[in-house]
Design a protein around this ligand. Structure first.
Ligand SMILES: [Zn+2]
Length: 326
């Protein structure tokens, strides 16, 4: 078969139906069965036909990538720290969605296109526990001091940065994010690292029981942008500002930064929903309008379709009517 020049196709044929090849094979099998000694058949493959590996001309990049990955992965086992993080994310998402997400659902969620590319990369590293935080520094001579959060006098950890630290803006950012979500009737859940990390797995249902695509998208955008802002502030505080108390981020600054990030996303959405966009990158206009509906500044004054408008901004005012949704 290897020495054949043309393509070889295999097809299943009906047996005992008078098909010549099949009948012939039966005859030979009969003769073979009656032989006293087995025939000596050489199973060696001539060198010129013995090709190992993959054929470049028919290889796609995805196949090549998969092959390389499979070879490499045999060497690695899942890191225990990764398993722990995945497990705690699973717990949060199970509570949120009443469904137990599989590992692949969780990994897929951090590739959600509703999140900024940098945030996706951050989440990948966070699920693998790769950020150089806390314990990591304890083993590195002359850098041991970096393991501790100077202000809180505690070993730093992702949990600390996102749920406890007084200088990462986490409390204020959580307050803003949950208020903005609640004003749309979205439950932000409880503040925890796993809740932040599961930004890509929302579960909002419309009254008819179907997934609320726009609100889910809003949840993912707000949670992921907020998460990343905390990380940026933490890094600036620890590295650029070298934990100088006189130079710490003020709450006005944090609020302005939050608005800035969200407004950037809003403008990007507007741009991607405009007609000029090439088809493959284009966002559905109604999806964009519904994603932000109810969360904009002076929304009543905006036209019904504000995709082409300039100066549309995200609002963080609490505009829930008193007594409802509380
Ligand atoms: Zn701290």
């Amino acid at each position: 078969m290897r020495s054949r020049r043309g393509n070889t196709y295999l097809a299943k044929v009906k047996e005992h139906a008078g098909i010549e090849g099949n009948e012939g094979a039966d005859r030979l099998a009969n003769i073979g069965a009656q032989c006293e000694h087995p025939d000596e058949i050489s199973l060696e493959i001539p060198d010129q036909y013995c090709i190992r590996g993959a054929k470049f001309s028919t290889l796609t990049q995805a196949m090549l990538y998969k092959g390389i990955r499979e070879r490499k992965m045999t060497k690695y086992k899942e890191r225990p720290a990764t398993e722990l993080t995945i497990e705690s994310v699973r717990t949060v998402v199970t509570a949120r969605t009443n469904r137990v997400p599989s590992d692949s659902t969780i990994w897929k969620s951090i590739r959600s296109l509703d999140m900024d590319r940098k945030i996706r990369a951050f989440l990948y590293r966070a699920l693998h526990n790769l950020q150089r935080v806390g314990k990591y520094w304890k083993k590195i001579p002359q850098h041991e001091y970096k393991a501790t959060c100077g202000t809180c006098n505690k070993t730093e950890s992702m949990e600390h940065i996102f749920t406890e630290c007084v200088n990462t803006g986490q409390q204020q950012i959580w307050n803003i994010a949950s208020q903005v979500l609640q004003s749309r009737g979205i439950d932000p859940g409880l503040k925890s690292l796993s809740n932040w990390l599961s930004a890509g797995m929302p579960n909002i249902k419309r009254p008819n029981g179907r997934a609320g695509k726009a609100k889910n998208r809003f949840f993912t955008i707000v949670m992921s942008e907020s998460l990343y802002l905390i990380w940026l502030i933490r890094c600036e505080w620890r590295m650029e500002k070298e934990e100088n108390e006189l130079d710490k981020h003020t709450s006005q600054e944090i609020e302005a930064r939050w608005k800035h990030r969200l407004n950037r996303r809003l403008r990007l959405d507007q741009a991607m929903a405009r007609k000029k966009m090439t088809e493959w990158r284009k966002l559905n206009k109604n999806l964009v309008l519904n994603t932000w509906r109810g969360s904009l500044n002076r929304e009543a004054q905006l036209p019904e379709d504000w995709i082409g408008e300039k100066g549309v901004l995200v609002s963080i005012e609490d505009r829930r009517p008193p007594g409802r949704n509380r």
